[in-house]
Design a protein around this ligand. Structure first.
Ligand code: PHE
Length: 354
């Protein structure tokens, strides 16, 4: 069963809402891929409307994600039933499109993950996936397609970073994804910090084989739209993307050339909660419970104390819950009520309140 705060988000499709910041950034990226900067021989097809309910096969198996990989766990992924999940990434559509013979495409969609609670994490966010698998004949006379495709990947994505962020310094960091090898993360130096922009790599040979392209070489990348939009527009809290407050949305009415001007920040209210945990306790279950109880009134949940009782060996966790609305001032009464609801709900967890 999916939690109600998650069900509410399905079908909102912020990336399809005209003039929403996620829509602006999606268009910017699509424009880049359309502009012929990438390759005029290989026109990209844009897919924006795939439903987020996907099979376990598409989300994990066909992407060669091992059976014991953490991302499959019920504490990280929202399961609908034994065969179906809410996609955890837009890579879930790679295989189906390759199988249909598509070679150059971008897929944009909402993705769902159980996660921590703070200004940059939200259980629903939006990703964009890009795939490029040239016909060997289009690569021309090059003798080493691996090398050629890698060069194209790096040039294309550095070009994208510069298209979005200006003339930034880029660096490639080796990393691991089960469905690409080799794999990299692209980082850019922006406002004094190295910022991770996307993950990418050469598509695993096995995936291309499974989809009828045994002789081809191609690349794939995936990026998070909120992450980029937060940097580009200086949006300080990821919850704002879900706000229907005109003070937020109106700032994006005219163009994508916007620096967000925060409207007055409302005061926060802080409450702590302490409990003894047992061995099958998972933090993400507690975070999800809070999300469900308090939705967007939660700014952050921090583990502030973690100690083991010297005699009983029991472990105690103390969390600080920071309540703050993006739109209004909260009353003490409503926070006390919420805190009580959360305390009540923790009875569903393998913990003992103190
Ligand atoms: N799916 C990966 C993620 O969500 C990103 C990715 C896509 C990496 C395609 C490589 C290739 O983190």
């Amino acid at each position: 069963m999916l939690p109600s705060n998650i069900v509410d988000k399905i079908g909102k499709n912020l990336h399809l809402q005209s003039r929403h910041p996620l829509n602006w950034i999606k268009h910017k990226i699509q424009n880049y891929f359309q502009s012929g900067k990438v390759s005029s021989l290989t026109p990209f097809i844009f897919h924006d409307g795939f439903a987020p309910q996907v099979s376990i096969k598409d989300n994990f198996d066909s992407l060669l994600i091992p059976a014991d990989h953490v991302s499959r766990s019920h504490k990280d992924t929202f399961y609908i039933d034994d065969d179906t999940v809410l996609r955890t990434h837009t890579s879930a559509h790679q295989n189906q499109l390759l199988r249909q013979g598509e070679r150059y495409f971008l897929v944009t969609g909402d993705v769902y993950r159980r996660d921590t609670v703070d200004a940059t994490h939200y259980p629903v966010f939006h990703q964009m996936e890009g795939v490029w698998v040239p016909r060997l004949k289009d690569l021309g006379a090059f003798t080493d397609p691996q090398k050629e495709v890698t060069k194209h990947l790096h040039a294309t994505l550095e070009g994208l970073a510069k298209y979005l962020f200006g003339n930034v310094e880029c660096r490639w960091v080796d990393c691991y994804f089960p469905f690409t090898a080799p794999s990299w993360e692209l980082e850019i130096f922006f406002n004094g910090d190295w910022l991770e922009v996307l993950g990418c790599g050469l598509i695993e040979k096995k995936i291309l084989e499974n989809n009828g392209m045994p002789d081809d070489v191609g690349w794939a990348f995936g990026l998070g739209l909120e992450r980029l939009a937060m940097v580009l527009f200086q949006i300080p809290d990821i919850r704002l993307f879900w706000s229907e407050d005109p003070r937020f949305l109106n700032q994006f009415q005219d163009s994508a050339d916007v620096i967000f001007k925060p409207y007055s920040k409302h005061p926060c209210v802080t409450k702590d909660i302490s409990f003894w945990i047992s061995s099958d306790y998972h933090e993400n279950d507690f975070y999800q419970l809070i999300r469900e109880a308090a939705e967007d009134l939660i700014e952050e949940v921090k583990l502030i104390d973690n100690f083991q009782h010297p005699k009983t060996k029991q472990i105690n966790h103390t969390y600080r819950i920071i309540y703050r609305s993006m739109d209004r001032t909260l009353t003490n009464e409503e926070i006390n009520n919420l805190q009580e609801v959360i305390r009540q709900k923790t009875q569903e967890l393998p913990i003992e309140l103190r």
